[in-house]
Design a protein around this ligand. Structure first.
Ligand code: NAP
Ligand code: 3JN
Length: 344
């Protein structure tokens, strides 16, 4: 396999550090890995796979002689540097929402639509973490039975909002224990007028509000799911909630199939063989997915599968995955592996 020079923009962040770990863990065919961040972190050191990497400031010249560039430093940085990277010959895997809904840019979850990774794609968008685990789990059901409706409520970990939000949950938990005043400065979003504690709380706002009353996170899930499934007629509605979990997003999902007469056992059998999915569904043994046990794992875990009492083609599921692994770093690295394999 041809070896490539790699860059990671946002390498010091919650997602970027996991991308580096994944590249090392999966023995990605890299000649070199360049870690990029803002001027603030230039010169800092990161260790992975027994090697020390020095972080550099991101500039247009950072992308000279780079073949694969991962971006996870927010949409503004992607808008500023992705085209620079492409002009210098890189293929970009972008983890931000900057390009996801542009028609000509593939939005890819390899288990669902790797066929979108056409040879001349220079920018590939990595979907939102909550979307990735949803579509990975539902793809086998959609393929076999057809899907007409999805109603999803999320229980999202603080690591989805970056390392500052992880620190905030830890600090607030300490403040609660010490009975000192709880300081809330990051969540629901750093730009919000009002901040709320996340410790011992659940915040029904992720990202800012759109005039429709949905948050941007909810709209991302709704629009991205339709784009990945290439189905505009699919009805998708989301409610996204932040909970005091460090890592691992959970989703309570109601689906309506296009086929009647499907049983819980049919769904379990299908999901048992599905790529990237692990079935954990045995109420008699209290077996069901939980974020604490999904942390660090690559898979999407599914359990609590029930038939709706009123709708014969309706089912309820509980879907859990590590938002920094399959939700971000793993999916990005899988995309890059497809690209590099295609170059052989
Ligand atoms: P984070 O922990 O706050 O890290 C932010 C990263 O961006 C840091 O490496 C930071 O570097 C870097 N950065 C900030 N300003 C920069 C600049 N001017 N130039 C270059 N780098 C800069 O955030 P995160 O959780 O890793 O998320 C980062 C981005 O990834 C998000 O904004 C989002 O777009 C995307 N994301 C995607 C998913 C997904 O669902 N797939 C999930 C989470 C995040 P410094 O150390 O220098 O500050
Ligand atoms: O909050 C989460 O759990 C996931 C957050 C993802 C995120 C955070 C900041 C900016 C995104 C994203 O990937 O959609 C973005 C963004 O790029 O818009």
């Amino acid at each position: 396999m041809e070896k490539v020079n790699v860059a990671i923009v946002g390498a010091t962040g919650a997602v970027g550090t996991k991308i580096l770990e994944k590249l090392v863990e999966r023995n990605f065919p890299s000649k070199s890995i360049k870690l990029l961040a803002s001027k603030r972190s230039a010169g800092s050191k990161i260790e992975a796979g027994g090697q020390i990497y020095i972080v550099e400031e991101t500039t247009p010249e950072s992308f000279d002689n780079i073949q694969i560039a991962f971006f996870s430093a927010g949409g503004t940085i992607s808008e500023r540097f992705v085209h620079e990277a492409v002009e210098r010959g890189a293929v970009v895997v972008d983890n931000t929402s900057a390009f996801r809904m542009i028609d000509s840019i593939p939005l890819v979850v390899p288990e669902v639509n790797s066929h979108m990774l056409i040879d001349d794609a220079k920018i590939i968008a990595n979907p939102n973490c909550s979307t990735i685990q949803l579509v990975t789990a539902l793809q086998p059901l959609r393929q076999k039975y057809g899907l007409k409706r999805i109603v999803v409520s999320t229980y999202q970990a603080v690591s989805g909002a970056g390392s500052a939000a992880i620190n905030e949950l830890r600090q607030q938990s300490g403040q609660f224990e010490n009975r000192s005043a709880i300081k809330a400065e990051i969540l629901p979003t750093s730009s919000a007028q009002q901040h709320y504690p996340i410790s011992f709380n659940a915040i029904p706002q992720i990202d800012t509000f759109h005039s429709s009353g949905y948050t941007l996170e909810e709209l991302k899930m709704m629009n991205e799911t339709k784009k990945i499934f290439a189905d505009d007629r699919l009805s998708v509605v989301a409610t996204c909630v932040r909970v005091p979990v460090v890592t691992g997003h959970s989703e309570s999902v109601y689906i309506e199939l296009e086929t009647d007469g499907v049983t819980v056992n049919d769904i379990q059998t299908l999901l048992m063989q599905a790529p990237g999915v692990v079935l954990q569904d045995n109420p008699s043994k209290q077996l069901y997915p939980m974020p604490l046990f999904a942390e660090g794992k690559n898979d999407v875990f599914v359990g609590r599968i029930r038939k709706d009492p009123e709708v014969s083609y309706g089912f309820h599921l509980w879907i859990v995955s590590d938002n920094l692994q399959k939700g971000a770093a793993l999916n990005s690295v899988q995309i890059a592996e497809h690209i590099v394999n295609g170059k052989q």
